[in-house]
Design a protein around this ligand. Sequence first.
Ligand code: GLU
Length: 475
Amino acid sequence: MSEKVITRFAPSPTGFMHVGGVRTALYAWLWARKNKGQFILRIEDTDKEREVEGSIQHIEDSLKWLGLDWDEGPDVGGPHASYIQSERLEIYKKYANILIEKGFAYADPYSPEEIENFRKKSEAEKKPFLFREHRPTNPPEWNGSMPLRFKVSELKRTVWDDIVWGELSAGPEALDDFILIKSDGYPTYNFAHVVDDIEMGVTHVVRGQEFIASTPKFLSLYEALGATPPLFATTPPILGPDGKKKLSKRDGAKDILDYKKEGYLSDAMINYLAFLGFNPGGEKEIYTRKELIEIFDLSKIQRSGAKWSDDKLNWMNKEHMKLLPESEIEKNILERLPEELQNPKLVPLILERISKWGDIDEMVQRGELDFFYKEPEYSKEKLQEKLRYKNTLSEKISENLNLAIGALMEIDENNFTQENIKNTLMSIADSLETRGELLHPVRFALSGLDKSPDPFTIASILGKNETISRLQKAI
Ligand code: GLU
């Protein structure tokens, strides 16, 4: 491709960013980065009624967290500034006048009630409502207070190529005299985005299937303006875990920054979203950002809906956590632990049990780590119940614990490592009928929990004195 690739992400500030929007941004960003092109952020805020305060900030914060940097956009500027549509009204007016001059636009003199009546009439006749069938013969001059409409000049079948879908087409019923500029002076999405994509030199447009039906209208506008349309790449919908309905807020279509709060890594999120509707083929699934840029290809976007899976996301996140340098893992884990648990020895043990940083908060809240800094509390009954391993009598268990104490005493305090403890306890356990009659009680005596890490790891973290004291207390 000799032409410089220019892609854009053009969100409307109508609420928080969710995974669908992020995936669109990601594909456009990957394609620009892969081709050493430009990635533009453009805010489409011409529907003032739907605007939600704070959305622009939210969009920018989300993209920044994900590392999807833009070369041109609201805060960084660029050759086509402003990148906020409500600040570009003069440009749309200029294009509107070009269309009027060329005979491709006219003022719509009807009141909303009149249009409603046209619509009702079509409904009664069971025909699709087409404004062009009511086109006024002698429209007034456009003074800005009436809507300005596009005038379709040729009713024909529209055929176009989509990078993902191949050839698409629609009959003349897809063409109509749509509104270019509303009576409030703001352009419609249909008009503004075409003008901006032309002005900004956009070469590839990535967006969802909901825009396919309007593409014939966009193409007729490009034609009227004598401009070459960009290439379109239509993404598949993201489906809920059942693979049927569209992803709902409960399943994962929540605020993307919630994932940040929950402690997901942005690299993992990007890896996951890239593969939600794109497949380069092959077995490999864990890709760094750089690798994704290398392998990404718009033509390998899938057509069928992509199914959301929290399990897959969590798995990928864990894999990405493991890729981090040790120091960063330690920093992230210790940062989430209360003061009493600021022990670097806990790091590997915690890492093994989490799939995102936020899981640590839950472990702490559930008190699962408390036994590391305070003696576990358990009732005598529970202890007896726990210590009676299968059919082994508690006296026998006490005897076994005594054996363990004796053997652990032999280990030098400075060599009280997981490995030495394991070797020592295993040699006793192996001499018993079942290993469990030693290991299970030791583990419970140390942690007081039904489920906890293995006794060797716990003992090595607690240290020799504390380990022996807890075993003695149990006896
Ligand atoms: N503003 C549109 C939206 O948020 C953008 C669609 C497009 O990419 O053209 O849905």
